[in-house]
Design a protein around this ligand. Structure first.
Ligand code: PLP
Length: 389
């Protein structure tokens, strides 16, 4: 890694110091000497690397292997879900199953990278606002390396998320409000309390962890990319990260210039990106009264909104909203036709695919990847409706 770069102005920042947002309030993105990375690592060499996201360490924000805080996150399977494909009318339907990560969601990738980087740069206590999974993941990685953590979570988040934070030994504050209110509290108190804020995209490295999903897509598809990627979007870190990864891989000569159409899925009760995309806006207005059982999607405003909207448009993709009924129903469809028990956010991707099919936006023989971003086991309240009495 050479430096950090402001995503709005391009201004450079020191890679060795702790940073949150840039002077203009925009995310900072990690930049690497990609020529050096290409010399150090070839696609063939990857075959001998451990099956976790740190296999891509030349393009990760570390200076030594010893500093890595890892629980084995990443390199999750990508399943050709033929039965589900038949049901939905697609010959090449795949699920990237992120539920197999430590802590049961892809938040593990981001927090492994963020905790690694924060610890190496001297942070002494980590604070996070969360809609659910990020709090659990921070708590786990903080426990793994012995840093204290404090988690701010909406009071009405499913109970599994609060229980796991406490079990990992984190401090937990339940907030009467949304993740945005939690973020405000962290922002107001962090200086006085000496916390380092690991809110997504307000620190530079969660996106570096999540970008490895893009590297894995390419590696697992033998250095090609799918035609369509359907991604349940809250803060948008995964979408932005994968888009960044494709760019880095092209610069390293690992892939060509073809890109998947990136599709953002949100819940009808909280769809700021879908609305902004439809209106042709560059940024997204805050969503009022955000509500959905897919807690990871209950993010009314995101600092990376302009980066997400740019990636969706550059890719020729789109943004789709689905109802809570649809996303729960299709969580069960995925489970019953693939053997994967998805988070409601994962169910949302199938609901979105059916809408795109209806609109003629995806062809039946295209290679489509749904991201199941988390495990259904933490959402039993939302998923149990009508199933058991
Ligand atoms: C956080 C989360 C999301 C949204 O991820 P972003 O990359 O922040 O958009 C989706 N699904 C689950 C299960 C999550 O925990």
């Amino acid at each position: 890694m050479t430096h950090l770069e402001c995503a709005r102005t391009g201004q450079h920042y020191d890679a060795d110091a702790l940073h949150n947002l840039s002077e203009v309030g925009a995310p900072l993105l990690a930049r690497y000497d990609l020529e050096k990375a290409t010399d150090a690592l070839s696609r063939e060499q990857l075959k001998d690397r451990p099956a976790n996201m740190w296999r891509y360490r030349e393009v990760m924000p570390i200076s030594t292997l010893e500093e890595i805080v890892s629980l084995g996150e990443g390199f999750t399977p990508i399943h050709h879900t033929t039965r589900l494909g038949q049901w939905a009318g697609f010959s090449q339907l795949y699920i990237k199953d992120e539920s197999l990560n430590p802590t049961g969601s892809f938040k593990a990738r981001g927090l492994s990278a963020a905790v690694t980087a924060a610890k190496a740069r001297g942070a002494t206590k980590l604070a996070i606002p969360t809609a659910g999974n990020a709090g659990g993941a921070l708590s786990a990685y903080a426990a793994a390396c012995g840093l204290p953590a404090i988690v701010f979570m909406p009071r009405d988040t499913p109970s599994a998320f609060a229980i796991e934070c406490k079990s990992y030994g984190a401090e937990l504050e339940l907030v009467d409000g949304l993740i945005s209110d939690c973020g405000k509290i962290v922002g107001e108190r962090k200086e006085k309390e000496g916390w380092f804020d690991v809110s997504t995209l307000k620190e530079p490295y969660r996106v570096e962890g999540k970008k490895t999903m893009g590297y894995e897509l390419a590696e697992q598809f033998a250095w090609t990319l799918p035609d369509v990627v359907i991604y349940p979007t809250g803060g948008g870190t995964g979408l932005i990260g994968m888009w960044k990864a494709f760019d880095e891989m092209e610069k390293m000569g690992w892939i060509g210039s073809a890109r998947p159409r990136m599709v953002s899925v949100q819940a009808e009760g909280c769809a700021p990106i879908v609305r902004a995309f439809a209106q042709g806006d560059e940024t997204a207005e805050m969503w009022q009264d955000a509500a959905t059982v897919a807690s990871g999607l209950r993010v009314p405003g995101a600092v990376g909104d302009f980066l997400m909207l740019r990636a969706l448009r550059e890719s020729g993709g789109t943004a789709v909203a689905v109802s809570d009924e649809e996303l729960v129903e299709h969580s069960h469809t995925i489970a019953a036709h693939s053997g994967i028990f998805p988070a409601p956010e994962g169910g949302a991707t199938l609901a979105a695919l059916l809408k795109l099919k209806e609109q003629g936006l995806v062809d039946k023989d295209e290679r489509v990847v749904l991201f199941n971003t988390g495990s259904g086991y933490k959402y039993l309240e939302a998923l149990s409706g009508g199933l058991v009495s």
